[in-house]
Design a protein. Structure first.
Length: 256
C-alpha cells in the first residue's frame, strides 16, 4: 500500500473578516481605555480650566457692561443726596431709593441679556454691540461655545500646552440673576468717611465640557459711587486713647 501523504495547508494571510473583527476589537479596547484615561486623569484638570475661563469671561462681561450702563445713566448726585447743617458741613446722607431700584432693574436686564447671548451662541455679537473685549479664542463666542481648551493643557506641560484637539467649553445660567445694592461706610479721618455703593451680581451657571458638567457660582461687585464725606470738625479728638483729664468747672462761674 502506498502511504497516503497528508496535504499540509500553507500558512497564508487571514481572511478579511477575521482581520476586520480583530481590528474592531482592538479599536474598542483602545477607545474604552482612552476614555477611561480622560475620565480619571484629564477631566479634573480640564474642568478646572473651564471654570477659570467661565469666571473670567462672565466677570469681565458683567463688570464692563454694567460699568458703562451706570456711567451713562446714573450720577453720584442722582443716587446720593448730602444734607448739610447751618455751617455747611455734611450732617447726613440720603440714598435715592427710587434711583437705586431703577439701577438694580437695569443691571438685572443687562446681565440676563449677556447670559441669553451665551446660550444662543451670539456672544461675539453681544461683545461688539456693547464694546466689550472678552479676548475670545478664534471660533469662540458662537454656537454657545465661550472658549476652547487645548487638551495638551491638561498635562501641565508648557511644551504641550497648545497641542492636541480643542475641547469646547459652554455654560448656561441656572435660576435667576440676583442683584443687590451693597453700601459700606468706612472712617478715614477725624471727621471724614468713605462711602461706597456697589451693585453686587450673583448668578449660578452650569459649566459644560464634553466629558463632564459642574455648577459654578459667579459673583462680582461693580462700584457705582465712591466718595469722601467731610463732616464737622470736633472740638476734641482722642484717637490715640489714653487717660483723659477730668473736666472741671469754676465754682465762681456757677455762683455768678
Amino acid at each position: 500500500m502506498l502511504n497516503k501523504r497528508r496535504k499540509v495547508r500553507g500558512s497564508g494571510p487571514l481572511p478579511f473578516r477575521y482581520v476586520f473583527l480583530i481590528s474592531f476589537i482592538i479599536f474598542i479596547v483602545l477607545t474604552v481605555q482612552g476614555l477611561w484615561i480622560v475620565e480619571k486623569g484629564l477631566k479634573p484638570t480640564l474642568m478646572e480650566y473651564a471654570k477659570i475661563e467661565t469666571q473670567r469671561i462672565a466677570t469681565l462681561a458683567i463688570n464692563d457692561a454694567l460699568t458703562q450702563k451706570m456711567t451713562e445713566e446714573f450720577t453720584e448726585e442722582e443716587l446720593v443726596k448730602r444734607v448739610t447743617n447751618q455751617n455747611g458741613d455734611v450732617a447726613s446722607i440720603e440714598v435715592n431709593q427710587e434711583a437705586v431700584l431703577r439701577m438694580l432693574a437695569e443691571s438685572t436686564i443687562r446681565v440676563q441679556n449677556f447670559l441669553k447671548s451665551v446660550e444662543e451662541g451670539t456672544l461675539d455679537y453681544w461683545a461688539q454691540q456693547n464694546d466689550v473685549d472678552l479676548k475670545l479664542r478664534d471660533g469662540a463666542g458662537q454656537n454657545g461655545i465661550i472658549h476652547y481648551i487645548p487638551i495638551g493643557q491638561a498635562f501641565n506641560n508648557s511644551l504641550l500646552a497648545n497641542l492636541g484637539p480643542q475641547i469646547p467649553v459652554r455654560f448656561t445660567a441656572i435660576g435667576e440673576v440676583n442683584t443687590d445694592i451693597v453700601r459700606t461706610v468706612e472712617k478715614v479721618g477725624i471727621n471724614s468717611y468713605l462711602l461706597d455703593i456697589s451693585v453686587q451680581v450673583v448668578v449660578d451657571v452650569r459649566v459644560v465640557i464634553p466629558f463632564a458638567t459642574e455648577t459654578e457660582k459667579v459673583k462680582t461687585s461693580i462700584p457705582v459711587v465712591t466718595t469722601i464725606i467731610n463732616g464737622e470738625v470736633p472740638n476734641f479728638y482722642n484717637n490715640g486713647g489714653g487717660n483723659l483729664p477730668n473736666p472741671s468747672i469754676d465754682v465762681e462761674d456757677l455762683e455768678n
